[in-house]
Design a protein around this ligand. Structure first.
Ligand code: NAD
Ligand code: MG
Length: 377
């Protein structure tokens, strides 16, 4: 079997480093074709020395010492369309990932998608690029990986609903008043997953679940009234699919991103030696489920509503959230300001035009400017 080339966009991040751990154990089947990062030149250089990719790109800061590397935002596209890359693992955080997702799909590549923001922002552009370019979108997100495995190719007409699990984040039991005062340190204490800072805050507000509901809508083609969320604090059941006969399938596993990362590379095949600890039902029990407290976590409802509304609304939701989370990470706004900023931006720009890539980026920019003006940071 010939080795498949994998381009990793965002190789220095949480998913990127997990992917390199996975690939180090699968060197007979896959090789690293390209690596890109934002600014961590030292770690990128270490990775490049170990995995010897055909292409290395750094968006910002530190290329001077590495004359062979690509530089600037264009390096994401260069890596995503590189001839040696059969699979593009998009593990960039945020809207910055959209153009690379589109470019890879237009070239007919498989995109192993961790960067859910690109699908939320440009859902129909992305699905059209895949259809027209012959590319393939395979989710890395653990919930969507679970749904893909449970669906096993069955048509959506046989599916009654998808139930996406949510850990509930660090504030699962906090009151509305406590949430208002939650600090950055509190928000960064995720109970079950170690991830990048932005998605960790998104998990605390439940904006991450809203992004995942929209992601599921575009990946699996189900309407929003057939996609639900349930809180499952242990993060062992990664999601459920209920079929029309009432049978419910779930995918379970210890909370580790190595498994969904490997599955997105090997799909539909399964490979051994994932490095994932063995499953022990007794050790992992009890498994419990709770309703989402929608009033205390308004970001989930705002995002789902933006998804139903369609057009530019999901891009506005995503951009306002990204800007508000960036401010929260800087200590400039409070935790409770994040959903307020999103609601305010949606109130102004949800109906903006969304008929092209440029229109979507315009809606994204308007939402960010709006949040900047709201807080004048
Ligand atoms: P991270 O912050 O740890 O890593 C982000 C990576 O992207 C880094 O390599 C960084 O250098 C690069 N990057 C950041 N901004 C960039 C920009 N503007 N242009 C180019 N490169 C940039 O984030 P993460 O936790 O690995 O998450 C990455 C993506 O995967 C996010 O979309 C997140 O929602 C998704 N995801 C993450 C997890 C997880 O367990 N971490 C799980 C599911 C989905
Ligand atoms: Mg997830």
């Amino acid at each position: 079997m010939s080795s498949r080339g994998v381009a990793i966009l965002g190789s220095t991040g949480s998913i990127g480093t997990t992917a390199l751990r996975v690939l180090a154990r699968q060197s007979e089947r896959f090789h690293v074709a390209a690596l890109t990062a934002f600014s961590n030149a030292a770690l990128l250089a270490e990775q490049a020395a170990r995995f010897t990719p055909s292409y290395v790109g750094l968006v910002h800061n530190g290329q001077e010492e590495h004359p062979g590397w690509g530089a600037g935002v264009g390096c994401l596209i260069d890596a995503a369309t590189h001839a040696d890359a059969d699979i593009v693992l998009n593990a960039v955080v945020g809207a910055a990932g959209l153009d690379a997702t589109l470019a890879a799909l237009e070239r007919g590549k498989r995109v192993a998608l961790a960067n859910k923001e690109s699908l939320v922002m440009g859902g129909s552009l992305v699905t059209t690029a895949a259809r027209e370019g012959g590319g393939e979108l395979v989710p890395v997100d653990s919930e969507h990986s679970a749904i893909l495995q449970c669906l096993a190719g069955r048509p959506t007409a046989e599916v009654r609903r998808l139930v996406i699990t949510a850990s509930g984040g660090p504030f699962r039991k906090w009151s509305a008043r406590e949430l208002e005062q939650a600090t950055l340190a509190d928000a960064l204490q995720h109970p079950t997953w170690r991830m990048g800072r932005k998605i960790t805050v998104d998990s605390a507000t439940l904006a991450n679940k809203a992004l995942e509901v929209i992601e599921a809508h575009f990946l699996f083609g189900l309407p929003y009234d057939r996609i639900e969320v349930v809180v499952h604090p242990q993060s062992v059941v990664h999601s459920f699919v209920e079929f029309i006969d009432g049978s419910v399938l779930a995918q379970l596993g210890v909370p580790s991103m190595e498994l969904p990362v490997l599955y997105a590379l090997s799909y539909p095949d399964r490979l051994s030696d994932t490095g994932v600890p063995p499953f022990d039902a007794v050790e992992l029990s009890p498994l419990t489920f709770e309703k989402v407290r929608s009033t205390e976590f308004p970001a989930l409802g705002l995002g789902t509503e933006a998804g139903r509304r369609g057009g530019a609304a999901p891009a506005v939701f995503n951009a306002a959230n990204e800007q508000a989370v960036a401010y929260f990470l800087e200590g400039a706004i409070r935790f409770g300001d994040i959903p307020r900023a999103i609601e305010s931006a949606l109130g102004k720009f949800a109906d903006a035009p969304a008929d092209s890539r440029d229109a979507i980026f315009e809606a994204d920019a308007s939402a960010r400017r709006h949040v900047q003006e709201l807080y004048r940071c």
